[in-house]
Design a protein around this ligand. Structure first.
Ligand SMILES: [Zn+2]
Length: 470
């Protein structure tokens, strides 16, 4: 990176600073903020979510009965309230995929009990493949066994109650705090579309450059109490938690990173968000030693950020939310489903069978999927863009470039849905961009080619709302 700042960039920064200053209430600009800077309120709550019964591990498209645990799985919540009393709650979890059928119940109950609207809650999941199945997420991925369906149903219902309770406890714990942010780096994520997994060890040994876009940034947000104690560390990384594919509960690399940070900072709650890791893998992989190593590398990235001067975040909170319809390229027909019934791919055969039953029952298929997009503006300094599903890294790179420093772009929010390719990945095809929506139970094989532009237009609208003058 060059130390020179071009005139255009400099003027851009000035312009942005002026625009941001206009957003900050004059009470904060002119010294009415409490002198100690602890003008936010923050509340933190946590729950162990490790299943007590034999719910299968999620992901990898097969039956995976659990065989004990390496460490517990967690769900954690950070509630925030600004000086004007505006509230929001961020939930992080070691779940592989939260389906809309589950999160909608949480949102409805949270509105009823706490008056929180949809724009005020982000329900994120790390996409941990050593976490449990939930509801109808990846419904056709697994063999159908009645006992297992019942266990998944019971566990999911318990988790809905647990999540609502967690939100309530985080809100009840609201107390003065200072928010600050910074960023570090970790380099173990590899673009899995552009590098063959088998080649990675040799390429790394040779010091060769790996191909394809990555996002090695580790964004960090700290919550500090007036007595100086660190109450929470929120951090992100763009990479699949798929180091391990064994049968023990654990949080994969984000689980190890959170444990290490909590050991380093007793009393602090470490919270992880998967930024846009849809096409990124931790490579090489498949051993506990590698998983611990990546967790450690990520924790080191966070610690390095904490050693740098952090940027304080002014106590103003604006939130916006919208559902944008993402159209499928073509909805699957009865004839196609009838042919797929005999498919050698067991997932596709189960998918065809299930959808044919729906058609027989008189159902029709939607031509588009309702896709959740959020924007949160914290002070003038931090912008959170949060999107549903498995967003590929291009989304983070695009929105960080467009909206500038302090921008976090999270995938895996509210609803698992499927991969969300950028136009580049859609044009290339392959696993994340091609005809694989059947794996997620969608009534189509591919997204339409313009979904990136539809999402970007929605993000632009929401960012304008949260950055608008009041
Ligand atoms: Zn995935």
């Amino acid at each position: 990176m060059s130390g020179l700042v071009s005139r255009r960039t400099f003027l851009g920064h000035c312009h942005r600073a002026a625009a941001l200053a206009a957003l900050i209430p004059s009470s904060l600009l002119y010294g009415q903020e409490p002198a100690n800077g602890f003008s936010w309120k923050a509340g933190i709550a946590r729950s162990v979510i490790t299943p007590e019964k034999a719910v299968w591990l999620a992901g990898y498209g097969s039956k995976r009965s659990p065989e004990g645990k390496l460490h517990d799985l967690w769900m954690k919540a950070l509630a925030l309230e600004d000086t004007a009393g505006q509230r929001a709650v961020l939930i992080t979890s070691d779940f592989q995929g939260v389906p809309r059928s589950m999160s909608d119940l949480v949102f409805a109950e949270a509105e009823k009990r706490f008056g929180l609207k949809r724009d005020q809650i982000l329900f994120t999941f790390s996409h941990n493949h050593c976490g449990p199945r939930l509801g109808d997420d990846l419904i056709d991925y697994y063999p159908v066994e009645a006992d297992q369906e019942e266990l998944v149903r019971q566990y999911t219902a318990r988790m809905v109650t647990e999540t609502v309770d967690l939100i309530g406890r985080a809100l009840a714990a609201l107390a003065p705090a200072r928010l600050q942010q910074g960023s570090g780096k970790a380099t173990f994520a590899v673009n899995r579309r552009n590098n063959r997994e088998a080649d990675i060890p040799q390429l790394l040994a040779d010091g060769a450059a790996l191909k394809g876009p990555v996002d090695h940034t580790v964004p960090v947000l700290t919550v500090t109490r007036p007595d100086g104690t660190l109450a929470a560390i929120l951090f992100g990384y763009a990479c699949h938690p798929t180091t391990l594919s064994f049968l023990q509960w654990c949080g994969d690399y984000p689980g190890f990173a959170q444990l290490e940070l909590e050991q380093n900072h007793p009393g602090a709650t470490a919270m992880f968000v998967n930024t846009c890791g849809g096409d990124q893998n931790p490579l090489p992989r498949r051993t506990v030693a590698l998983c611990e190593k990546y967790g450690h590398q990520l924790a080191v990235g966070v610690e390095e950020a904490l050693k740098q001067p952090l940027t304080p975040i002014a106590s103003t909170l604006r939130t916006a939310f919208e559902i944008v319809d993402l159209p499928y390229l073509m909805v699957v027909s009865r004839d196609e489903l009838t042919a797929y019934r005999q498919d050698r791919n067991a997932i596709r055969a189960r998918w065809a069978e299930r959808l044919l039953k729906k058609l027989d029952a008189g159902d029709t298929f939607e031509a588009a999927y309702p896709y959740p997009v959020h924007a949160w503006q914290l002070g003038g300094e931090m912008l959170v863009i949060a999107q549903g599903a498995e967003t590929v890294v291009d989304y983070a790179l695009r929105f960080k470039q467009k909206y500038g420093p302090g921008t976090w772009v999270m995938g895996y929010t509210d609803d698992m849905i499927s991969y969300i390719p950028s136009r580049r990945v859609w044009d290339e095809g392959g696993y994340e961009g091609g005809s694989n929506l059947f794996e997620y139970g969608r009534p189509a094989l591919r997204w339409a080619g313009d979904i990136e532009e539809r999402i970007a237009a929605t993000v632009e609208k929401l960012v304008a709302q949260v950055r608008a003058k009041q």
